[in-house]
Design a protein around this ligand. Structure first.
Ligand code: NAI
Length: 337
């Protein structure tokens, strides 16, 4: 029976790269039944809500979504898309794989970043502090790290390593300075790591040193687990090691659903021109196929996609070619055989 999956094509280049992805999955024979929903500006146009209830209800039903990039409407009165999704589905694990397809500055990068998605400095607890007559003399942002949140994200990283035949987990922190919040994350990480001793190697890195090691010798890293802010920054750094945003997929796993997406935004500068690279969303769809248990088709699509890029004959502009989104999509489909 076909697996129901919520499809949110998104804004800007979203509908075009979503069409490309749907075509590739269909050509590969993926048994998916798309439930098309809107969000972002398309949600505002249809329901006056960037994250309409109908879309949330669909994800509650299917528990799996593939989402194109969304434009957040400016101005108060609209709910934040990411906050609504994160809260409704408790999407605590943000997983971003990055690997070398065409050797460039580095030949052999294969890193999966696991970022805690619900805590840390991004909980949105901030205020100004008035001193004397100046209402904005200072500002304070609160970072919350909990034992529960740390346990589940570090455990997620280890379980991911085991399920995907990975050898090592690197925990990234700043416990030398932030002794309480980062200290708790590190303590919990060490405790969880002991449970996996002999099965998965464990190492610790301080965030500043990690940023340097990543650009000096990224090949040494495998699965990397860290808190929200550090994960946000490192994931962009890591995608830059393997060719940038056009090839960077991401997944958000929670207790109630999993949402797969491209890391990039709506690319308004190239929207409607049929020149966007659909790669990031195609790779996100492969992660989605892995998740619903169709690893075979995920692998054939990845092979066809990587082959097309290595060939170098049909490439979109961001990869140095002159082909359109449609031509690139056709080339991937032709390779599926
Ligand atoms: P962006 O990622 O949309 O674009 C940055 C640059 O990368 C642009 O030059 C764009 O043309 C290029 N680019 C991005 N994706 C590409 C692709 N698939 N193929 C070829 N070139 C590509 O970031 P920007 O400009 O900062 O944000 C634009 C809009 O996207 C904003 O409204 C922002 O809020 C939204 N956004 C949404 C995200 C999401 O829904 N996950 C994530 C990031 C931004």
């Amino acid at each position: 029976m076909a697996t129901p999956v919520t499809l949110i094509p998104g804004d800007g280049i979203g509908p075009s790269i979503a069409d490309a992805t749907v075509r590739i999955l269909a050509a590969a024979g993926a048994d998916v039944e798309w439930d098309r929903q809107v969000a972002g500006m398309a949600g505002v146009a249809r329901w006056n809500d960037p994250i309409p209830d109908a879309t949330l209800d669909s994800i509650k039903r299917t528990r799996v979504a593939l989402k194109g990039p969304l434009e957040t409407p400016v101005g108060d009165g609209f709910r934040s898309i990411n906050v609504a999704l994160r809260k409704t589905f408790d999407l605590y694990a943000n997983v971003r794989p990055a690997y070398t397809i065409v050797p460039g500055r580095f030949d052999n990068v294969d890193i999966v970043l696991v970022r805690e998605n619900t805590e840390g400095l991004y909980i949105g607890v901030e205020h100004y502090v008035k001193i004397g007559d100046d209402p904005k003399a200072a500002a304070e942002s609160v970072a919350i790290i909990t034992r529960h949140g740390s346990e589940r994200i570090v455990r997620y990283a280890f379980e991911y390593a085991i399920a995907n035949n990975r050898k090592k987990v690197t925990l990234v922190h700043k416990a030398n300075i932030l002794k309480f919040s980062q200290g708790l994350f590190l303590d919990v990480g060490r405790m969880i790591a002991r449970e996996y001793e002999g099965r998965v190697q464990f190492e610790e890195r301080i965030i500043d040193a990690m940023a340097m090691h990543l650009v000096m010798r990224p090949e040494q890293f495998d699965v990397v687990v860290t808190t929200n802010l550090f994960g946000d920054i490192l994931s962009d750094e890591i995608s830059g090691l393997v060719g940038g945003l056009g090839l960077a997929p991401g997944a958000n796993f929670g207790t109630n659903a999993a949402i797969f997406e491209a890391v990039h935004g709506t690319a308004p500068d190239i929207a409607g021109k049929n020149i966007a690279n659909p790669g990031a969303l195609v790779l996100a769809a492969c992660m989605m196929l892995d998740h619903i248990g169709d690893r075979g088709r995920a692998t054939s699509i990845r092979n066809a996609f990587e082959g097309t890029i290595r060939d170098g004959l049909v490439l979109t502009r961001d990869l140095g070619g002159t082909s359109t989104t449609d031509q690139f999509t056709d080339a991937v489909i032709a390779r599926l055989g």
